[in-house]
Design a protein around this ligand. Structure first.
Ligand SMILES: Cc1cc2nc3c(=O)[nH]c(=O)nc-3n(C[C@H](O)[C@H](O)[C@H](O)COP(=O)(O)O)c2cc1C
Length: 250
């Protein structure tokens, strides 16, 4: 009996992307420290946030949250918490980009209930019901993480194994990686719409957390000031070091 070929999902990539337009977006994104008064239309900002959420992310567990700070009193407090940086004070919009270290459990369950095909493939079912909780759980006071570290230490002597996340600190790095990618999508989206941004880590984390009432298993990756670039909004020409310092062919 001839073997029946397994039906594969097929998603063709568009073939008409203009790389020069993409380069223009990437190249013209600068950290802007001074914005004009022009507001960002809400459909533009929403489109940019939607594009942010298309970023690749670990196990598709979508660790991000975006707090668009609208209330004038909250905005004023946030500017202060951003150490009164110009990029915050002049921004038309302030978006606090947050990483969650705990939403993965609910998102693993949601992956199975919201799967975009009539049936959830068995491997996906197994991954989100068993493998993900094994990988990303660290247990009370990191107890399960320590067990996993021990198992990895021994098994790793004989074959390649994942070396984490084993701790709260590992989970923080894990979540931050994906959320940073979303942040970049958001900045490039703004640029493509003719707006600009400034990512900020210069803020008082305690105050920003308090302002947003963040739970303890979430943290601020960056605050993004966004708006229209003022003529003198970019303070210096761009500086990047020689690529030979960074690019290694091994
Ligand atoms: C994680 C992160 C934190 C940053 N924090 C600040 C900040 O607090 N204030 C600021 O003016 N710029 C901040 N920047 C912007 C950098 O200074 C800027 O990206 C860098 O100088 C390169 O310039 P360019 O973005 O114009 O290419 C930050 C950038 C990143 C990625």
């Amino acid at each position: 009996m001839p073997a029946v070929a397994k039906e594969r999902y097929y998603e063709p990539a568009p073939d008409s992307i203009d790389v020069e337009e993409f380069r223009k977006v990437v190249d013209s994104r600068r950290s802007v420290r001074k914005f004009t008064d022009k507001p960002i239309p809400s459909d533009v900002l929403n489109d940019c946030i939607d594009m942010a959420m298309l970023a690749p992310n670990s196990s598709n567990l979508q660790q991000w949250e975006f707090y668009v700070v609208k209330t004038p009193e909250k905005k004023a407090k946030l500017v202060e918490a951003c150490l009164n940086q110009n990029a915050a004070g002049t921004a038309a919009e302030l978006i606090v980009i947050v990483a969650s270290m705990s939403s993965w459990r609910e998102h693993a369950r949601m992956t199975l209930t919201e799967w975009p095909q009539p049936t959830v493939p068995k491997i996906v079912q197994q991954y989100y019901s068993r493998v993900a909780p094994f990988y990303y759980g660290i247990g009370p006071l990191g107890s399960w993480g320590l067990v996993k570290k021990g198992i990895a230490g021994v098994t790793g002597l004989f074959k390649p194994v994942p070396r984490g996340p084993f701790s709260h600190a590992d989970m923080k790095v894990w979540a931050a990686k994906s959320v940073a990618l979303a942040s970049e999508n958001l900045m490039l989206g703004l640029r493509a719409h003719g707006f600009d941004s400034c990512p900020m880590e210069g803020f008082d984390e305690v105050r920003v957390r308090r302002l947003l009432k963040l739970p303890k298993d979430a943290f601020v990756v960056m605050v993004l000031g966004a708006g229209e670039r003022a003529k003198d909004g970019v303070y210096y020409p761009r500086l990047r070091f020689d690529r030979a310092r960074f690019v290694h062919e091994v």
